[in-house]
Design a protein around this ligand. Structure first.
Ligand SMILES: [Zn+2]
Length: 122
């Protein structure tokens, strides 16, 4: 399987990996095919995502795509962030093997769940 250079850069040095201790909401999503589990932590201020982290036991594609998604989501409003798609991620990391699409959308689903949970509790 071939990955682009950008994918490996995100995989080797993820900027947003880890937990957010004072997160306002957490979202989770699982993927049975690869056994990937994704958690997204968001910190929200005035409807804007002030900080964001992800935690996963996922594969390279899941890590690279989620790190990219975090980069894109940070500083965006909740409405903007929940509209981010797989195409937005691909624009940043150039390409992912088609077989890995299900891993790449995990972060998107987890982020949307986090936003949903945030709205429920605020
Ligand atoms: Zn995977």
């Amino acid at each position: 399987m071939e990955y682009s250079k950008r994918v490996f850069e995100h995989f080797q040095k993820p900027k947003f990996a880890g937990e957010l201790k004072d997160a306002d909401a957490v979202g989770e999503e699982g993927n049975i095919k690869c056994g990937d589990v994704m958690k997204m932590y968001i910190k929200v201020e005035n409807n804007v995502i002030k900080d964001i982290r992800f935690k996963t036991y996922g594969c390279i594609a899941a890590i690279a795509a989620s790190d990219t998604l975090c980069e894109l989501a940070k500083g965006k409003t909740l409405e903007e962030a929940e509209k981010l798609t797989y195409a937005d991620i691909i624009k940043e990391i150039e390409e992912l093997p088609a077989i890995k699409i299900h891993c790449s959308v995990l972060g998107i689903a987890a982020l949307r769940n986090a936003i949903k949970n945030y709205r429920k509790s605020n």
